[in-house]
Design a protein around this ligand. Structure first.
Ligand SMILES: Nc1ncnc2c1ncn2[C@@H]1O[C@H](COP(=O)(O)OP(=O)(O)OP(=O)(O)O)[C@@H](O)[C@H]1O
Length: 271
């Protein structure tokens, strides 16, 4: 984690859904600080509130109690500073690839030449410049997710929020996408928060990992890791799976799978 002033601060954030006897506590007393250019991966059992946490940072939901702060200001609602990528890419089927990527800059009133320049730049980054005139229905799942990423990047957001973005992809495409996401993070210097169920994916991409307890979701442990930096240094983009890696992976799996009714206080480990 770097030491610049935080991009995101969650202070004592709790989130209730429903009311009366249907009321349930989804998140409880979350304190989280995310620095610029962090790549934070969030892991935790199904239903522990990962997406709720992401929606609060995106501005889709206000916490029931506590504060969600972006660059020192309370998050009031969604805006282009924090772009969201979902598991199922939400592309506009009536627009071709290039116009999907240029959608945000176009809406913001940039002139056509500038919109084209931005679209081409990000299509190049995702390796799909040659596909720019294709229709959405002509794309594979992995290609759609790449276009969804480029569309978010074209808005030049400070932060990218991803909710299981690779969950629907086959294993090989998923590995290639992990490499692409890491490269895009490095190249564009965004801050990333990514939810995943895959511990290896989290360990190989994130420089910070957050593990949450089962509902009500609390942060039970955070890790600062450097496997993603190692992967950036190698030609084949692979992480070195050493004994420490396996220890941390097993510890995380235990944390996620153990009954965590009384989560321990927050701990931070450094590899
Ligand atoms: N809009 C909503 N209204 C009521 N309950 C909700 C709402 N959104 C989420 N919940 C509930 O809050 C809890 C946390 O849900 P959330 O989707 O944040 O968990 P998650 O960790 O992302 O789950 P998964 O890993 O299965 O995607 C769940 O019990 C869910 O049913």
């Amino acid at each position: 984690m770097n030491t610049q002033s935080p991009l995101i601060e969650l202070r004592n954030v709790s989130m209730d859904y429903g009311s009366g006897k249907d009321q349930m506590l989804a998140l409880e007393e979350i304190d989280l600080t995310i620095a610029p250019q962090d790549f934070v991966c969030v892991l935790g059992p199904s239903g522990c509130g990962k997406s709720t946490l992401m929606k609060i940072i995106a501005g889709y939901q206000q916490p029931t109690t506590g504060e969600a702060i972006f660059q020192g200001e309370p998050i009031q609602g969604p805006d282009w500073h924090r772009g969201v990528v979902f598991q199922s890419p939400t592309l506009y089927p009536w627009l071709n690839v290039k116009d999907n990527v240029g959608f945000g800059p176009n809406i913001r009133g940039l002139d056509k030449k500038e919109v084209d320049r931005i679209s081409d730049h990000f299509l190049e980054q995702i390796g799909m410049l040659k596909d720019k005139d294709k229709a959405v229905f002509e794309l594979s799942g992995g290609m759609r997710q790449r276009v969804a990423l480029a569309r978010v990047l074209a808005n030049r957001p400070e932060m990218i929020l991803m909710d299981e973005p690779l969950g629907a992809l086959d294993a090989l495409t998923r590995l290639n996408m992990q490499t692409l996401i890491r490269d895009l993070w490095q190249e564009n210097k965004n801050t990333v928060l990514m939810i995943t169920h895959d511990v290896d994916e989290a360990m190989s991409l994130g420089n910070r990992l957050i593990v949450m307890s089962k509902q009500p979701g609390k942060i039970i442990k955070t890790y600062d890791l450097d496997y993603t930096y190692q992967a950036l240094k190698t030609n084949n983009h692979r992480v070195n799976i050493d004994s420490t890696y396996l220890e941390i992976k097993n510890e995380i799996l235990d944390l996620i799978n153990t009954d965590l009714n009384s989560p321990a206080s927050i701990e931070t480990s450094k590899k």
